[in-house]
Design a protein around this ligand. Structure first.
Ligand code: ZN
Length: 65
């Protein structure tokens, strides 16, 4: 597992839009606001997260709303 950095507020907003796309359509055209790589969505028992596929890049964790 790669290290993930907390996203800034502005980055988190972009990431959450990508997460909405994933939930709605299963994919997103939105790229990482920090490095431009693809974003990946993960849904687990402790909540959901949207994260960058780049190493040591940003991640946003959300709990079920
Ligand atoms: Zn990134």
């Amino acid at each position: 597992m790669t290290t993930k950095i907390r996203a800034t507020k502005e980055e988190a907003l972009i990431m959450l839009n990508a997460q909405k796309d994933y939930i709605k359509r299963g994919n997103t055209a939105i790229k990482c606001p920090r490095c431009g790589k693809f974003l990946e969505y993960k849904c687990g028992p402790t909540g959901e997260s949207i994260y960058c596929l780049g190493e040591e890049c940003i991640e946003v964790n959300t709990r079920g709303i």
